[in-house]
Each structure stands twice: as C-alpha cells, then as structure tokens.
Design a binder for this molecule. Structure first.
Ligand SMILES: NC(=O)c1ccc[n+]([C@@H]2O[C@H](COP(=O)([O-])OP(=O)(O)OC[C@H]3O[C@@H](n4cnc5c(N)ncnc54)[C@H](OP(=O)(O)O)[C@@H]3O)[C@@H](O)[C@H]2O)c1
Length: 312
C-alpha cells in the first residue's frame, strides 16, 4: 500500500469552503526528480486565483488539485539521474503548475530547486521562491534594470514588491515605490529612496523620467504609468498585458510576463540573501491545515511581505 500524507486540496473551484485537508498518497520521484519533505510553503495570490477558478492554466481537468507553488524542505529521496541533490539536502523550490506544495511531501525537479539560503530558517526560505523569482525576472530579464537607473515599483509592500525593492537597491538603482500609509515605514526600511502614498497623491504627478516601471497592480495603475517613463524605458507588468500602441506612442517597450521556475536564479537570490543584502519579510504564519484562512488573508489584498504556512 502507498505511504499516505496530508495535503490541502480543492475538488471544485470556489471560495474558502472548497479547500480540503485530505489524505492522499505520497508521490514517487521519477527521472530527474526529488521528493521533498515540506517544512514550510508560502501563500501567493495565484493560490486563491486557482481556488477561485480564475487561473487559466488550472481548469476542471486538473481537479482534484493540490494548492501551493513554492516551498522549503528536506530531500527525502531522489529518482534516477538526479545529480544535483542528495537525501538530506535542504532546498527551496518554485514548482511547476501541475504539482502542489501544500502537502507534507512534494516532487521537485532539478531545474526548479536550489540549496536553501544558509542564513534563513525554513519559514523565511519558503517565502522566497515564487515571489522572489517574479521580482528577479521582472527586474532583470524583462526590465533589464541596470545600476544607476530609476525604477518605479507599484505595490512595493506586497510579496513580490518587497523583494523587488531590495533586488533593485542591491543592483544600485534609485527606487521609487507606491504604498498606502500603513506600508510607508515598511518600504522605507527595505531601502526605497522615494515613497508615494498612492491614496493621497497621484504617482504620475510626483514621478518623472523613470527607466523601468514594474507594475504589480495593473488596470488603471498601468494606464497612468506611461507618462512617468523616459523615452527608451520599459513597462513590465505581472498582470495586464500592456497596450503596444501606447508603448510605441511613448517611445517605450512594454511587456507582461509569467514567472518561470529557475534553479539558477534561486541560487543567485540565495547568494544575495546570504550576503545580507536581501531579507524576506514574513508578517504572518499559519499551520498548513489552516491554509484556507491564510488564503483569505492574502486575498484581502493588504499583505505586507509574505504569509507562510508551516508543516509540523
Ligand atoms: N505574472 C506572474 O508570474 C505573477 C507572479 C507573481 C505575482 N503575480 C501577480 O502580481 C500581483 C502582486 O503579487 P504579490 O504576491 O506581490 O501580491 P500581494 O502580496 O497580495 O500584494 C499586496 C500588496 O499590494 C499593495 N497594494 C494594493 N493596492 C495597491 C495600489 N493601488 N498601489 C500600490 N500598492 C497597492 C498592498 O498594500 P496596501 O493594501 O497597504 O495598499 C499590499 O501590500 C498579484 O496580482 C499576483 O497575482 C503575477
């Protein structure tokens, strides 16, 4: 008989009531895969979007579905051909959409995981993979941010934004960010050079000539962002695909991207973290079996830093 584990699963799309705490078989690692014993997993907006049935890559054919896209844990076993990891290694990972981390065990591929930053405990390490990778790819792959450039980050106090501020500062950029009054001290502590209280001031009246806009809010915030960019600048969104007509009218580049798991980038982030240049901020933790409540907190849209689930 297969070994069993607990997992947080949905069998239908909907609100918090569809989130179930169930016993399911522990998965087996195949070629190039490791079985990770999960110590902590983070909550990202994608998790409640999937639960709500609002995430295109997870349709009814994927149900029942284990939630959770990133985690930190210990390698329990390796499948054939695994060369980078061994039993007992402590890893952090951003897994493919077909697997879920809200479970006592999850399969990770070599291309999705890296050694966990040595300076972090399990909870802090679990906060990094998806949000950190999104910030990293938005800034450096899509935005091509360079030292000395000016960047405006919309939503700097959230999970992705709080990493983006720190990565941009570590790169040597001048960082402007929007936050509500509750988040102003938080983003300043992270290193933001200029903070705009978006509830009190329109950012486009306070900012000019930025090289990169990193938009974690979308919609109207994106529409109002064109005129803060200098010619030759770039608008990078994690949400709304930007208008290419507006981009060419303003002489800028504009792109929307989906973050992809990258072991190499997790390794680069771990180096920055262990060098003391970046610190994940976890503002709330919940037990894994209380994932439904944790998702509701993140869905409310006012998280500072990250919310993390712990596995006993
Ligand atoms: N494309 C991708 O691959 C990808 C990857 C990761 C995330 N995303 C998306 O990117 C978005 C951000 O993700 P996240 O993990 O950072 O979310 P999050 O942690 O839930 O972000 C919440 C933060 O946004 C701030 N905020 C809300 N409205 C704002 C506004 N109008 N202006 C400025 N700040 C505002 C909130 O602060 P206050 O409430 O204090 O204002 C809060 O601190 C989500 O929609 C997520 O789905 C996409």
């Amino acid at each position: 008989m297969s070994k069993m584990m607990h997992a947080v699963r949905i069998e239908a799309f909907g609100g918090p009531e569809v989130v179930r705490w169930q016993e399911i078989p522990v998965p087996e690692p195949h070629e190039g895969e490791a079985l990770l014993k999960v110590r902590a997993a983070s909550v990202n907006p994608v998790d409640y979007k999937i639960r709500n049935g609002k995430y295109p890559a997870v349709q009814t054919d994927k149900l029942p579905y284990v939630l959770g896209r990133d985690a930190c844990g210990t390698v329990e076993a390796c499948g054939p051909g695994v060369t980078k990891f061994a039993k007992g290694d402590q890893l952090y990972a951003f897994v493919g959409i077909e697997r879920g981390c809200y479970a006592e065990y999850v399969i990770v591929k070599e291309s999705e995981a890296s050694a966990k930053p040595a300076s972090l405990d399990d909870v802090a390490a679990a906060a990094v993979p998806l949000a950190g990778t999104t910030a990293w790819q938005g800034l450096f792959r899509c935005g091509e941010l360079k030292s000395g450039q000016r960047i405006l980050i919309h939503g700097g106090s959230g999970g992705v934004g709080h990493f983006a501020i720190q990565f941009a500062k570590a790169k040597g950029a001048y960082v402007i960010t929007t936050a509500s009054e509750a988040g102003i001290d938080f983003v300043r502590q992270l290193g933001a050079d200029q903070v705009i209280d978006y509830m009190k001031q329109r950012f486009e009246d306070a900012v000019r000539d930025v090289d990169v806009v990193f938009d974690l809010i979308g919609g109207e915030t994106e529409d109002r962002s064109w005129r803060v960019l200098k010619r030759g600048g770039v608008l990078v969104s994690t949400l709304t695909p930007p208008s290419q007509e507006q981009a060419s009218a303003h002489g800028v580049r504009a792109t929307r991207f989906t973050a992809q798991p990258s072991s190499a980038e997790l390794g680069e982030m771990a180096s920055l973290i262990d060098a003391g240049k970046v610190k994940p901020m976890v503002t709330k933790t919940f037990a894994l079996r209380d994932a439904a409540s944790a998702l509701q907190i993140v869905e409310a849209g006012h998280t500072q830093g990250k919310v993390v689930l712990t596995v006993d």
